[in-house]
Ligand binder design. Structure first.
Ligand code: ADP
Length: 160
């Protein structure tokens, strides 16, 4: 049984993330979307909200589940018996940080491989940060996020 963990803030989950999840789901027996309880970042959505929005977004994908984790990713992955960590790459700008992270994780546990996947090009420009900015300014985010997220953002920002 090949299990992969796809970690991130998912604040909120976007169509870009979902494309990565779908691709990973075709490569692994099981994919766990792992929502990070990150105390450093100030998220728009609470961990609970982020998890619920992700659950709703992946409900059609049978081998995908959603969980949350705190602390060291590698320890979490080991606990889940995952052999791979999946990360998405959008542009060269993602590369440097992701490369560093992957090497660090390899150092911590060489048995867990980091796999990079690229989205369809139509999703490469989507980021949670930009989606939040657009939502806050009253823009239409329906092309970038699943319906549940769009609704949650409308509730969060009100009808400005
Ligand atoms: P983090 O806070 O760990 O960066 P994110 O939720 O922003 O978490 O992203 C999780 C992963 O998904 C990261 O590897 C990120 O590069 C990737 N990702 C985010 N948006 C996209 C996208 N539109 N296309 C491809 N990968 C993406």
């Amino acid at each position: 049984m090949k299990i992969a963990v796809y970690p991130g803030s998912f604040d909120p989950i976007t169509n870009g993330h979902l494309d990565i999840v779908r691709r990973a789901g075709q490569m692994f027996d099981r994919v766990i979307v792992a929502v990070a309880i990150n105390t450093e970042k100030k998220p728009l959505f609470s961990v609970d909200e982020r998890r619920r929005l992700a659950v709703d977004a992946v409900k059609g994908l049978q081998n995908v589940s959603v969980d949350e984790f705190a602390g060291l990713l590698i320890k979490y992955a080991r606990r889940k018996r995952a052999t791979a960590v999946v990360r998405g790459l959008r542009a060269v700008s993602d590369f440097e940080f992701e490369f560093q992270l992957a090497l660090m994780n390899r150092k911590l546990d060489p048995s867990i491989e980091t796999i990079f996947l690229m989205t369809k090009d139509e999703y490469t420009f989507i980021s949670s940060r930009l989606v939040k900015e657009i939502g806050e300014l009253g823009g239409n985010v329906s092309d970038f996020v699943p319906r549940g997220v769009e609704r949650a953002m409308k509730r969060k920002f009100g009808s400005r």
